[in-house]
Write a protein that binds this ligand. Structure first.
Ligand code: ADP
Length: 228
């Protein structure tokens, strides 16, 4: 590429002097500023209670900031109308520790669920769901119920469900929290694969493993503030 034609970095998530005080009065995020570019893989780290989960919830508009601004894909989340939140969430695939999988449905049905609102044909929806299951190594398990899966496999299923709508941003909160090292490694590899194909990946974790293995960009929180 000639220099003039090089694509400019697109800023996907920009926080400026962001703060979050919970109703009880505790300030979980204090004057935090950062920018995450499209296609970056970023870890949010810090001690227990540092504010990692709160920051993830702010980015996903599950919680609202008390002050400061948070711009996601060009929209200021702090000023967003409630009715606009589902639109914002379309950019996100979200993976949380508590997955809320449907245990009375098959693995495939669990991944099909988020596609129902998109209005695809049944055939196209199944094709996409199977492609997502393939990416996380669960295609051969599509017919079983999630009860038959190990903890690591359930987490992979949650990732398949999160990515089936092809989100621009994959947002995860402690996705390897309860897993043994081998399962955690598999999850890490899957996130890295999505990063490699251009998805912006943001993961809150206290797991040192992530940092050692991928040396990604790190946002380290300390009592709600950005650590130096
Ligand atoms: P981390 O994910 O780093 O462990 P959290 O974001 O969960 O940190 O919590 C940061 C601080 O905010 C903690 O002191 C926690 O007790 C407090 N907190 C979290 N959620 C709430 C809430 N809904 N109401 C009041 N305080 C909260």
């Amino acid at each position: 590429l000639r220099p003039g034609l090089r694509r400019r970095a697109v800023r996907m998530i920009v926080a400026s002097n962001l703060s979050k005080r919970y109703p009880g009065g505790y300030e979980a995020i204090r004057d935090v500023s950062f920018a995450i570019e499209a296609g970056q893989m970023v870890l949010i780290t810090g001690h227990s209670g540092a504010g990692k989960s709160t920051l993830v919830k702010l980015i996903a508009a599950v919680e609202r900031p008390t002050s400061g601004s948070l711009v996601v894909n060009g929209q200021n989340v702090a000023a967003l109308r409630r009715s606009a939140i589902p639109y914002l969430r379309r950019h996100f695939g979200m993976v949380f520790q508590d997955q809320k999988l449907l245990f009375d449905r098959s693995v495939l049905d669990n991944v099909l669920l988020p596609l129902q609102i998109v209005g695809l044909s049944r055939r196209e929806a199944i094709r996409r769901a199977q492609a997502a299951l393939d990416k996380v190594g669960l295609l051969t398990r599509e017919k079983v119920t999630p009860i038959a899966l190990s903890g690591g496999e359930q987490q992979r299923l949650a990732i398949a469900r999160a990515v089936v709508n092809r989100p621009a941003v994959l947002l995860a909160d402690e996705p390897t929290g309860n897993l043994d090292i081998e399962s955690a490694d598999a999850i890490l590899g899957i996130f890295a694969d999505f990063h490699r194909v251009g998805v912006t990946v943001v993961v809150a974790t206290h797991d040192q493993h992530w940092i050692q293995r991928y040396h990604p960009n790190v946002l380290c929180l300390d009592h709600g503030r950005m650590a130096a």
